[in-house]
Design a protein around this ligand. Structure first.
Ligand code: BES
Ligand code: ZN
Ligand code: ZN
Length: 489
């Protein structure tokens, strides 16, 4: 769908051409494009500031049907994210207008002061990520994603970056896959059905997939996870996805929280907090989509994805506040609050991951706490790790992909908060302060000596409103981040 192309605009027909421009610098070199930009700049109403736009229809001397000159603002503001957003908005607009394809003119690397690979990646990502509609539940949806997106550049760039589009598209498709799963309503993704959907999506890839069903979980004593699942008629499962390329030495484990609906359980959430809780499996969705993507990218490292999948519901069979359960690792846990269920399923999956796969590194991804959203807002994930190098690697990938991560501390003395009078541990702190930290400390206690990082994605995994390159709802946060990071490990 995404393709680099070099076209003579005077000779070949191009229906829709988008030309990004700066307010204070020329960023294109191709003569026809330069002429169109000049024509726009001569207009009173066009300044080139961000979101400024003007369209010329069938401009003379070209075979372009419509050329839209889009402002990016001042050159100093042009970074990969500005390009990603511009491409995203342009593609969304093209979809709304019913076009089947679009050309985006690529600025020259020298003029914007960025490497060409970065420019192409940003434009490609914004375009592909926007080219998606979650319409499977809309009977009358007329809009359709574009069939083709061309990045218009010179012949040398097309030649020099021939493989980049496939790679960009592969990674973005992973993000879109995660978005699809998260947006699916909770009645259509009870745990076993969600696991089946993942198995189906992974079918063509070289991945080993195992699903531990309820019976196996009982047999192996996943006590914490089973307690969370106890209130739902829908049975839980632990899904394991293994990517093992030949010659790989290191193993990394990725654990993703997969609560298909979090009602809070007996500690029922208030009504305003319930309607987005289908997204409480965003961690699992991101991990599953990452494994499918890695199987296509083929980095030389073993990656095991573990997805504890449950539904958290209140009922006569649900776990109660005050219940004490024994986790897979053997520790007893007093359930202080049934809404702090994510950490219960994660510790069982983490303990199982360490025992079974002995990974060099373990990373968990979870929509874990509202407290993390209070701390960092809706766009930035919290990251926690005792390992500075691992934390820095993740943060660097966050900068690169603009899936931003901010490190929060793991103070030893806050562990006091998790003491229980009756069991080894309690699943909530004694106060609500620092809730993202106490949650992370709870999980960290089960990582033993394995270098571990926890990414709290409660904020950035889901947005009620659409943004530049994501529709309303799921964002697919984590897939681009993890893919970038794993290739660097
Ligand atoms: N799934 C929620 C966290 C969440 C909140 C995700 C908002 C996305 C948006 C989690 O299971 C939860 O309920 N956490 C509680 C913990 C508390 C009971 C200690 C919270 O954050 O309030
Ligand atoms: Zn909860
Ligand atoms: Zn939850």
């Amino acid at each position: 769908m995404l393709q680099l192309k070099s076209v003579d605009l005077k000779k070949e027909t191009v229906e829709t051409l988008i030309i990004p421009v700066c307010e204070d610098k020329e960023i294109h070199q191709e003569k026809t494009i330069e002429a169109l930009v000049k024509k726009a700049q001569a207009l009173e109403e066009f300044k080139g500031s961000a979101k400024d736009g003007v369209t010329f229809y069938s401009p003379a001397g070209t075979k372009v049907t419509r050329a839209t000159i889009l402002g990016l603002g001042k050159l100093e503001k042009v970074d990969p994210e500005a390009l990603r957003s511009m491409a995203g908005e342009a593609v969304k607009d093209a979809i709304k207008k019913g076009f089947a394809q679009v050309y985006i003119a690529v600025p020259t690397a020298k003029s914007v002061g960025l490497e060409m690979a970065l420019i192409l990646e940003a434009l490609g990502e914004g375009a592909v990520l926007s080219n998606h509609l979650f319409s499977r539940y809309k009977k009358d949806e007329k809009l359709k994603p574009l069939k083709k997106i061309f990045l218009l550049t010179d012949a040398a760039t097309v030649k020099g970056h021939s493989k980049s589009c496939t790679r960009i598209e592969t990674i973005c498709r992973g993000t879109l896959l995660a978005r699809e799963w998260v947006n699916i309503p909770p009645n259509d993704k009870p745990p076993m059905q969600f696991a089946k959907a993942i198995t189906l999506a992974a079918a063509k890839q070289n991945l080993k997939i195992t699903v531990l069903d309820e019976k196996a979980l009982k047999q192996k004593k996943f006590g914490a996870m089973l307690a969370v699942a106890a209130g739902s008629r829908n049975k839980p499962c632990l899904m394991v996805m293994e990517y093992r390329p030949r010659g790989a030495k290191k193993t990394i484990a990725l654990v993703g929280k997969g609560v298909t609906f979090d009602s809070g359980g007996i500690n029922l959430k208030p009504s305003g907090s319930l309607d987005t809780m289908k997204s409480d499996m965003s961690g699992a969705a991101a991990v599953a989509a990452t494994l499918i993507t890695l199987a296509k990218l083929k980095p030389k490292i073993n990656v095991v994805g573990l997805l504890p999948i449950v539904e958290n519901m209140p009922s006569g069979t649900a776990a109660r506040p005050g219940d004490i359960v024994q986790s897979y690792a053997g520790k007893t846990i007093e359930i202080g609050n049934t809404d702090a269920e994510g950490r219960l399923i994660l510790i069982d999956a983490i303990a199982y991951a360490i025992k079974t796969y002995k990974p060099e590194t373990l990373i968990d991804l979870a929509t874990l706490t509202g407290a993390c959203i209070v701390a960092l807002g809706e766009k930035i994930a919290g990251i926690f790790s005792f390992d500075d190098k691992l934390a820095e690697t993740i943060i660097a990938s966050g900068k690169k992909t603009y899936e931003r991560c901010w490190r929060l501390p793991l103070p030893e003395d806050y562990k006091e908060e998790l003491k229980s009078d009756f069991a080894d541990l309690k699943n909530i702190g004694s106060t609500r302060w620092g809730g993202a930290i106490t949650a992370a400390l709870f999980i960290g206690g089960f990582a033993e000596n394995t270098p571990w990082a926890h990414i709290d994605i409660a904020g950035p995994s889901y947005r009620k409103k659409e943004s530049a390159y994501s529709g309303a709802g799921a964002t697919g946060f984590g897939v681009r981040l993890l893919c970038d990071m794993i290739e660097k490990l």
